[in-house]
Every structure is written in structure tokens, then in C-alpha cells.
Design a protein around this ligand. Structure first.
Ligand code: DGI
Ligand code: FE
Ligand code: FE
Length: 203
């Protein structure tokens, strides 16, 4: 890895997240976990580490500024995002990765954009960041964490299905609006075996 570049990004993110000390600790947890998953699934470790480092870089921006920054930079805001502006930290984070952190790699920007809701048929890096965000060592609130952690290293797609299932249940219980992308992602990973079956039939 280019350790000088990583160190530069690490310091910059630490500053951006200084309002919330736990957030930087989480960020390092996600970067480390993403690197481990890159080793497991044969992905570029440096790209995974950088995406992990930057995934929440817009998390500490106040909600009204998030909305303003999205409006100023032609980043579309859905009704659900207006109601739950914290969701915007993903899209805005990808924008900051490009504009403030000098990231030109589309795979990294995509993984940041979709790290909260996921999306159907994610790239390997999208999946690594999505799941690393949920299982990194400092996370301790969600249920089934130890099962999901070991499942992630056996079958990342199945682990993603479980995470989405549990997230949707949590959102329902807490009465929060559910983004259509979250639902679409769950349906995709729930029926993944059908997708592969049909792919084989039509190819
Ligand atoms: O930023 P983090 O806290 O590290 O993690 P994250 O970006 O995955 O955000 C987690 C929160 O996002 C968690 O409380 C669940 C919530 N979330 C995920 N999908 C949706 C959602 N919230 C709403 N309202 N709707 C969604 O579809
Ligand atoms: Fe996040
Ligand atoms: Fe996160």
C-alpha cells in the first residue's frame, strides 16, 4: 500500500470526524475489516482500505448543511432523504471523496455512495464496504453479530441478506421510513440463487 497516501487520508478524515471520537474509531474498524475482506475475497487491499477510511467522511456534517451541499452540487435528494437527512452522508461522502480527498477511482466512490442502503447486484468492493460497516470490531449493538461476522468470511452474499433483513426489521420497529433501494437490495440478495439460475438459462 502507499502508506504515505493512506496516512495523509487518515489524518484528514480524523479531522473531519473530530466532533465524534467514536466515529473515527469506527472508521478505522471499517478500513481494517475491509482490508481483511479484500484478502479473503481477492480484491485490491489498498482500494478497500481507502474506501473504508472514507466511507463516513461526511457523517459529521450537520443535516441542514448536508441538504444545502447536495442542492449546491446537483446531488439529487429523495423524499426519504429529506425526512432522514443522515442518509445523505453516503452520497455526499462520495462527492467529498472526489472533491476533498482527490479520489478518482469510481469503484471507491460507488462503495461510499451505496454503503448505507446497498444496491442490487453490488460490485465486490460495494459489498465489502457495506458489510464491513456492519461487522467491524467496535460495533456492538446489532443482534446476531457473531454469526454474521463468521458468515461474512464464508459467504458474503448470504451475510448481506441477513444484514438487510435485520436492518429492515429494525427500521420497521423504530418507525423509520425505509428507502426503496434498501428494499430492492434485500429482495435481490434474498432471491440471489434465482438470479443466478435465470442468468444461466438466458446466457
Ligand atoms: O454511518 P454508520 O452509522 O456507520 O452506518 P450506515 O451508513 O450504514 O447507517 C446506519 C443507519 O442507517 C442504521 O441506523 C440503519 C439506517 N438505514 C439503513 N437503511 C435505511 C436506513 N435508515 C432509513 N431511514 N432508511 C433506510 O432505508
Ligand atoms: Fe455510514
Ligand atoms: Fe460507517
Amino acid at each position: 500500500m502507499d502508506n504515505n497516501n493512506i496516512e495523509k487520508l487518515r489524518k484528514q478524515v480524523k479531522k473531519a470526524l473530530k466532533k465524534d471520537k467514536m466515529r473515527f474509531r469506527h472508521t478505522i474498524g471499517v478500513a481494517d475489516t475491509s482490508a481483511c475482506l479484500a484478502m479473503r475475497y481477492g480484491y485490491d487491499m489498498e482500494k478497500a482500505y481507502i474506501a473504508g477510511l472514507l466511507h463516513d467522511c461526511a457523517k459529521c456534517i450537520p443535516d441542514e448543511i448536508k441538504i444545502q451541499e447536495c442542492n449546491d452540487n446537483n446531488i439529487e435528494i429523495s423524499d426519504i432523504e429529506y425526512n432522514s437527512p443522515y442518509l445523505l452522508h453516503s452520497k455526499l461522502g462520495a462527492f467529498y471523496a472526489k472533491t476533498k480527498y482527490g479520489i478518482t477511482d469510481d469503484d471507491i466512490c460507488s462503495a461510499i455512495t451505496y454503503h448505507t442502503t446497498g444496491k442490487p447486484d453490488m460490485s465486490l468492493l460495494d459489498k465489502i464496504i457495506f458489510i464491513a460497516d456492519y461487522i467491524e470490531p467496535y460495533r456492538n449493538k446489532a443482534g446476531n453479530l457473531s454469526e454474521i461476522r463468521s458468515l461474512t468470511f464464508i459467504d458474503i452474499d448470504k451475510a448481506i441478506k441477513v444484514v438487510l433483513h435485520d436492518t429492515i426489521e429494525y427500521l420497521k420497529e423504530s418507525g423509520k421510513p425505509i428507502d426503496q433501494t434498501t428494499v430492492d437490495t434485500y429482495n435481490f440478495y434474498k432471491d440471489l440463487y434465482l438470479y443466478y439460475l435465470c442468468k444461466d438459462i438466458f446466457e
